[in-house]
Design a protein around this ligand. Structure first.
Ligand SMILES: *[C@@H]1O[C@H](CO)[C@@H](O)[C@H](O)[C@H]1NC(C)=O
Ligand SMILES: *[C@@H]1O[C@H](CO)[C@@H](O)[C@H](O)[C@H]1NC(C)=O
Ligand SMILES: *[C@@H]1O[C@H](CO)[C@@H](O)[C@H](O)[C@H]1NC(C)=O
Ligand SMILES: *[C@@H]1O[C@H](CO)[C@@H](O)[C@H](O)[C@H]1NC(C)=O
Length: 364
């Protein structure tokens, strides 16, 4: 009897000390989430809510290999590269910013994806699509998200939340494909390839510095692929081969972007700006689709899986289109976008290059 009583009285203060030590830490504990900025390669539904946008993946057969197979806003048959990289790291998939069910609790648990089909580093890119979020607009929306989170958990916890988060920026293709390379845009006659790239990179520079000023510390930028090899660009070359002049633009951009990211990491304290580069790997897959890539090989790397009979180009995959027999054997899903399986390979290349490891969802 006496012994039990003594045990109880000693356990209680110990428990209380434990709680006192732990309480403040518990309120500070925040999840590691991702904030994703990008274009159609990363869009998970924003453009479907931009009802005047001409770039939307709202119809079959987009999403046919994802979840229930219904269109979900992704411009591919399955997952995006950012989906696959995030899954590998054990991070939740951030919902689309315009998802009507998005609220502060969801943001604290999952982050936000601001990516928008047609979006560019430059404001003027893809103006023909009428509605899309440029990088600058996406960062503006992110600032709104920050206000909301500060109100919810207070400025100190919010600072911590935003400094521990992972930031993914995947943009640039549209600045070339839907701006510089289309003669309807003023930029195409104002600039040469090199001076245009300088203009895009200096705009990216100020946008990334703004993200840093807003508290971002761990930023991954996914570079451009061999844009001259997307099916649409091949159609425009006389011999059906990749357009080397377009690939040269990709390479020039990637080189300057890598330099920019290294510079930013050196200049900005506590920052890490890394470059996820899969250009060479993707080019190799396109050149030798039949080789064994990781666990698979492809039968086609020059035309879209989704087309309307032999009519090309079909600017988007539609319910009237027919699909290739085996979607896992095609590198490209439509005229612009890779398939789920091609994205998987590129994602693994980026993971390998950046030495990514799964990280824990919560840190104190
Ligand atoms: C780009 O658009 C944003 C609004 O989304 C605006 O605040 C910014 O000044 C514009 N940048 C340029 C260079 O025009
Ligand atoms: C990176 O820094 C070097 C050295 O200061 C500079 O010459 C170069 O222009 C910078 N490049 C970019 C893209 O910021
Ligand atoms: C860098 O990190 C240190 C240690 O966490 C912190 O004290 C300092 O304020 C940080 N500086 C910036 C500019 O984020
Ligand atoms: C992640 O979690 C495991 C077990 O839960 C732990 O052993 C490890 O130290 C954690 N790593 C980090 C970086 O927090």
């Amino acid at each position: 009897m006496k012994n039990t009583k003594r045990n109880k009285t000693t356990i209680l203060p110990i428990l209380m000390i434990f709680m006192i030590i732990n309480l403040p830490r518990r309120t500070c504990s925040v999840s590691v989430v991702q904030f994703i900025f990008g274009d159609s390669l990363s869009d998970v539904g924003n453009n479907n809510y931009l009802t005047r946008s001409l770039a939307r993946a709202s119809l079959p057969w987009y999403g046919i290999d994802f979840g229930n197979g219904m269109p979900n806003g992704r411009f591919t048959n399955g997952r995006t590269i950012a989906d696959i990289v995030g899954d590998y790291m054990g991070l939740p998939r951030p919902p689309a910013f315009l998802d009507p069910s998005l609220n502060d609790d969801m943001i604290l648990e999952n982050g936000v994806n601001y990516a928008s089909g047609g979006g560019g580093i430059l404001n003027e890119t893809s103006s023909l699509f009428i509605q899309r979020f440029s990088l600058s607009k996406q960062i503006e929306l992110f600032q709104g998200t920050q206000e909301m989170i500060r109100m919810k958990i207070g400025p100190e916890s919010a600072d911590k939340f935003f400094s521990q988060a992972r930031y993914v920026v995947c943009m640039g293709s549209n600045d070339y494909i839907n701006n510089y390379l289309l003669p309807v845009y003023a930029d195409s006659w104002t600039y040469t390839g090199d001076s245009f790239t300088n203009y895009v990179i200096s705009t990216l520079d100020s946008q990334l510095r703004l993200l840093y000023a807003l508290g971002a510390r761990k930023v991954a930028f996914f570079g451009l692929g061999p844009m001259g090899c997307i099916p649409l660009q091949r159609l425009m070359s006389s011999d059906g081969n990749c357009r080397e002049s377009t690939n040269k633009l990709s390479k020039g951009f990637n080189k300057a972007a890598l330099q920019l990211l290294n510079n930013l990491t050196n200049i900005l304290p506590n920052s890490s700006f890394v470059f996820g580069d899969a250009y060479d790997y993707f080019q190799d897959i396109i050149d030798q689709p039949g080789k064994t890539w990781f666990v698979r090989s492809f039968s086609n790397s020059d035309s879209p899986c989704c087309t309307i009979g032999k009519i090309r180009p079909t600017l988007t995959c539609t319910p009237l289109s027919t699909l290739c027999k085996d979607r896992s054997k095609y590198v490209f899903w439509d005229e612009y976008h890779p398939t789920d399986k091609a994205n998987e390979l590129m994602a693994h290349e980026i993971i390998r290059k950046l030495g990514y490891k799964p990280i824990n969802g919560t840190t104190n």
